[in-house]
Design a protein around this ligand. Structure first.
Ligand code: NDP
Ligand code: 2IT
Length: 447
């Protein structure tokens, strides 16, 4: 009925409708490049304008968050929730607290979440939210007052069957607990409105570990598909937060050697490889005491690489687990020069498009985050299932389910991404994630 879509026309319309949102444009372009040829080959999606509808969030909520700091000053931040798509389940996705949060960043994350959540095989829609609040250097009381004020605004927009937020950068167990407590006070409901809760009040075993473990499992599946494994490989991990720490732990358990971690101050290099004992120190210092890597490098017997990223260290595998666009073309060149064989994203969109292009040119296997970091949201969905049943599964059951889900996602990428004996994981993840959501949207009619 309509002329073929072109990537150029589609993107120029999207950029016009959403000016000054570079991260959102970047995330959509990556999907459009894989999905538009598929849409043109399947006119039911084209005629219903499904991609245009999928790139317009269902609802964008922005609100004022006012709180008092320890000196009695009145502080004002902006809070958001982007409810992107609820075609296959309640909106689901994390909250990020960072001064770098803006609408472009949350729209890119919400859009990616649509495909990621579809790939998990579980009934979850997509959302993302957060605030430009900077948690660094804040006291525990300040964090509590901010979280309570944030939830006082957010609570009316979320619910166990409506929208279920979780953590992301700057939001961990402490913040989720303060927000859950405030939701309960405001609504008189003890319901599964947040995931990543503490075990005492409905949290799931393995949720803390799930994103990082899942990323290592995805890398293992990708290497197995190509006749290899993590065992015996030298690995670079970036970040030292929730995702990075547990990705490093699972890499070590699978027999790999972790040479690096990082934070926004720089990288840390373990000449002889990270050990579980050192990782326990890092968990305590980073998660409980919120220290910088530069402060603990000496105690860890490691070299601190001030202001540097890990990608210059020679290794076989790379796991970017910090933040978006942290691995650029120059970094990809360093990886290629050192004969890196595979990259699996723990963070959301950590590799720039130029870096991804370079991976393809150098035959470096590449797993996009929407596939490889889906383990976190998958175990969040399992937390919702357990809450609905008022039961709790064991760690063994949950880890088996997580492994099964990551292997299933890998299988979907192979099914939709295999070309000439090679797997294009970007193509596979985008098409597989698209089909389920698009078919649900078609079934609802014009809405
Ligand atoms: P955390 O807040 O626990 O840790 C973030 C880590 O990344 C910290 O080490 C932080 O260092 C580092 N970092 C943040 N910004 C930068 C930057 N600009 N440059 C260098 N390092 C930086 O967050 P998570 O581990 O939860 O999240 C990490 C990534 O994984 C994000 O992209 C997130 O969206 C993604 N993700 C998270 C999931 C989850 O379940 N938590 C699920 C799926 C994806 P510093 O402390 O110095 O800021
Ligand atoms: O990016 C992500 O998938 C997350 N931050 C986890 C979301 C969730 O709902 O567990």
């Amino acid at each position: 009925m309509y002329d073929d879509l072109t990537i150029e026309n589609f993107m120029s319309g999207l950029v016009k409708r959403n000016p000054n949102e570079p991260e959102f444009h970047q995330a959509v372009k990556e999907v459009a490049e894989s999905v538009i040829p598929f849409i043109n080959a399947n006119p039911k999606y084209k005629d219903a304008h499904i991609l245009e509808r999928m790139t317009e969030p269902d609802k964008v909520i922005s609100f004022r968050v006012v709180w008092e700091d320890d000196e009695g000053n009145v502080r004002i931040n902006r809070g958001y929730r982007v409810q992107f798509n609820n075609s296959i389940g309640p909106y689901k996705g994390g909250l990020r607290f960072s001064p770098t949060v803006n609408l472009s960043v949350l729209k890119f994350l919400g859009f990616e979440q649509t495909f990621k959540n579809s790939l998990t095989t579980l009934p979850i829609g997509a959302g993302k939210g957060g605030s430009d609040f900077n948690p660094k250097g804040k006291s525990d009381s300040e964090i509590m007052r901010f979280c309570q004020s944030f939830m006082t605004q957010l609570y009316q927009h979320i619910g166990a069957n409506t929208d279920v937020p979780a953590g992301d950068i700057g939001v961990g167990a402490r913040e989720i607990s303060y927000m859950f407590g405030q939701y309960k006070r405001l609504t008189h409901q003890f319901e599964s409105v947040l995931t990543g809760k503490a075990l005492e009040f409905g949290g799931s075993l393995i949720r803390t570990e799930a994103t990082g473990y899942g990323n290592a499992y995805f890398m293992e599946a990708m290497l197995k598909q190509h006749g290899g494994s993590i065992s015996g490989k030298k690995c670079l991990v970036s970040g030292s937060g929730n995702v990075a720490i547990f990705c490093a732990e699972k890499i070590m358990r699978l027999g790999g050697t972790v040479l690096t971690l990082s934070d926004s101050g720089g990288g840390i290099y373990f000449e002889n490889g990270l050990t579980q004992d050192l990782l326990e120190i890092i968990k305590d210092r980073k998660i409980n005491k919120r220290q910088r890597l530069s402060e603990i490098a000496v105690e860890l017997g490691a070299q601190f690489l001030e202001g540097q990223k890990p990608w210059g260290v020679a290794a076989d595998l790379a796991f970017p687990c910090a933040t978006q666009n942290e691995l650029d073309e120059a970094d990809a060149k360093s990886l290629a020069a050192n004969n890196c064989i595979a990259v699996s994203e723990g963070a959301n969109m950590p590799c720039t498009p130029e870096a991804v292009h370079l991976f393809a040119e150098n035959n470096i296997l590449y797993a996009p985050g929407k596939a490889s970091n889906a383990g976190g949201v998958a175990v969040s969905a399992l937390e919702m299932s357990q809450n609905s049943m008022r039961l709790a599964w064991s760690s063994e059951e949950l880890e088996n389910k997580l492994l099964g889900i990551m292997n299933d996602i890998h299988g979907q990428c192979v099914k939709h991404g295999e070309r000439d004996g090679k797997v294009d994981y970007v193509q596979g993840a985008n098409i597989a994630g698209f089909i389920k959501v698009a078919d649900a949207m078609l079934a609802y009619g014009i809405a």
